[in-house]
Design a protein around this ligand. Structure first.
Ligand SMILES: Nc1nc2c(ncn2[C@@H]2O[C@H](COP(=O)(O)OP(=O)(O)OP(=O)(O)O)[C@@H](O)[C@H]2O)c(=O)[nH]1
Ligand SMILES: [Mg+2]
Length: 459
């Protein structure tokens, strides 16, 4: 169990705003609230009722703010502890002043994610649900919001819990075999056990495979715009963003660094990275820029290739076609407003496999066509990682599932090789523990530290 002290933090973002919320949790939360806040109606705060009052500095009696406050006694609160909240005026000063008052009365400044960590330790939410709260705060698109809500309502936890229960069932059979080996009890055969393990491994792997989709929905899709210098990459970025984000000039080699910005594409966010034109270069700065382009291209989920339709196919274009081999994306034959010296048919002959579109970065309407094709490419990418309604969205979950699948694989092999039940049970248990780490049924301080560290203060 953790130290039962009282913590305080501003739960809303720092900066200007109409309202800020100061949250206090722990055994002294209600006493502290009563010491620094007086109800205007002279009634003591009643649980879960919002009342107007004055925040008072108990040392001087001076008023600090006029604010709403409420108390939520344990165990029916966010953290499962006594919680008090003050909704004070926003801005940079008032909330900080109230946090300081609570600290003079013995509260400690909360660590990042400490409220959620307490909620987890008190069984109010499981680990996957706590992560879903963080995802909800970070959501930038409708799809990300839907996914976080599904996880928050326990869809992922239920799925993982069911798999874990089945694993525990198999372990029980194996243990019965160990305990009652001499007796005449009907137990599942080795073949039956191996089959059950195989089916579970398939289900665990299927869930692990939803990671690409889950991550894309959570973080958005990363696309890199690549092409030879002057093909119009920066112009395409600006066209898609509807803003002059990147510098455009007629001089080849204008873009040196990777420039990123995001747009909504259908229900997901698309982060577009404009990159330096790829060609042989003796210029030190340009070469470094080109290295970054190549890195951005290999890290991207989607490639947007830019070809200059007003120029014939060149060696630098061949480099781009090669770079795109086997990758998902969209090719743009740019500058369709100029006399054409390159066609999509020729790009195909040169080995281009991606869907391709003739466009002009100078024609605003073409943004709609590009957008439509990118939506299609995004859908394909999402569809490629399963149609399951539950998707995992964190590397931590994927890693746990991969570990579980490996342990089940080992268990299945032992079962088929007629190994002693003790040996099979060890791997089966390891698989169960790996799954338990997703929801936090099985956990360690280290895992908790990693999960909650990325939360913000006050959450
Ligand atoms: N006519 C016409 N000119 C274009 C089009 N797209 C880009 N340009 C022009 O082509 C030149 C290069 O455009 P950029 O967007 O800077 O090209 P880039 O691929 O980013 O070039 P680097 O950053 O140097 O690699 C500029 O003069 C643009 O105005 C287009 O569709 N039609
Ligand atoms: Mg550029």
């Amino acid at each position: 169990m953790y130290v039962q002290d009282t913590i305080v933090a501003q739960a809303t973002a720092q900066g200007r705003g109409a309202v800020a919320i100061v949250r206090i949790s722990g055994p002294d939360a209600i006493t502290i609230l009563i010491s620094i806040w007086r109800s205007l109606s002279e009634k003591a705060p009643r649980p879960r009722e919002l009342r107007l009052g004055d925040v008072i500095d108990p040392a001087s009696g001076a008023q600090v703010d006029r604010a709403l406050a409420t108390i939520m006694p344990a165990p029916n609160s966010l953290t499962g502890e006594d919680v008090a909240e003050i909704q004070c005026h926003g801005g940079n000063y008032v909330a900080r002043r109230i946090v300081a008052l609570a600290m003079t009365l013995g509260a400690r400044m909360a660590e990042p994610g400490e409220f959620s960590r307490r909620a987890f330790l008190n069984g109010r939410i499981d680990l996957a649900e706590a992560e879903a709260v963080a995802d909800l705060v970070e959501a930038r698109s409708e799809a990300a919001l839907r996914q976080a809500l599904a996880q928050l309502s326990g869809a992922l936890s239920a799925r993982v819990g069911k798999l874990r229960d089945e694993i525990i069932g198999i372990r029980a059979h194996l243990e019965a075999e160990i305990d009652f080996s001499d007796e005449d009890i009907a137990l599942p055969s080795r073949e039956e056990i191996a089959k059950s393990i195989e089916r579970l491994r398939y289900e665990v792997t299927t869930l692990a495979d939803t990671f690409t989709r889950g991550r894309i929905v959570r973080e958005g899709i990363h696309a890199a715009i690549v092409g030879k210098p002057n093909a119009g990459k920066s112009s395409i970025l600006n066209l898609m963003l509807g803003a002059e984000r990147a510098i455009v000039t007629a001089t080849p080699g204008t873009t040196r660094d990777v420039i990123e910005d995001s747009v909504a594409i259908g229900a997901v966010m698309l982060t577009l990275a404009d990159t330096a034109g790829i060609r042989e270069s003796d210029d030190e700065i340009e070469r470094l820029g080109i290295e970054r382009s190549t890195r951005a291209a290999s890290a991207a989920d989607l490639l947007i290739l830019a070809f200059d339709g007003s120029r014939p196919f060149e060696d630098d274009d061949a480099r781009i076609v090669a770079l795109a081999a086997g990758r998902a994306g969209l090719a743009l034959l740019n500058k369709r407003d100029l006399p054409q010296r390159l066609t999509i048919a020729e790009l195909r002959e040169r080995g281009l496999e991606m869907p391709a579109l003739a466009v002009s970065a100078l024609i605003p309407e073409d943004a709609g066509c590009i957008r439509g094709e990118l939506e299609r490419a995004a859908d394909l990418l999402v569809a490629s990682s399963g149609a399951d309604e539950v998707a995992i969205s964190r590397e931590r979950h994927r890693e746990a599932l991969v570990r579980a699948a490996a342990a089940l694989d080992a268990a299945e092999k032992s079962a088929r090789a007629a190994m002693p039940p003790e040996l099979i049970a060890v791997d089966v248990m390891a698989a169960g523990d790996a799954l338990g780490q997703i929801t936090g049924t099985v956990t360690s301080e280290d895992v908790l530290d990693t999960v909650f560290r990325e939360f913000c203060i006050g959450k």
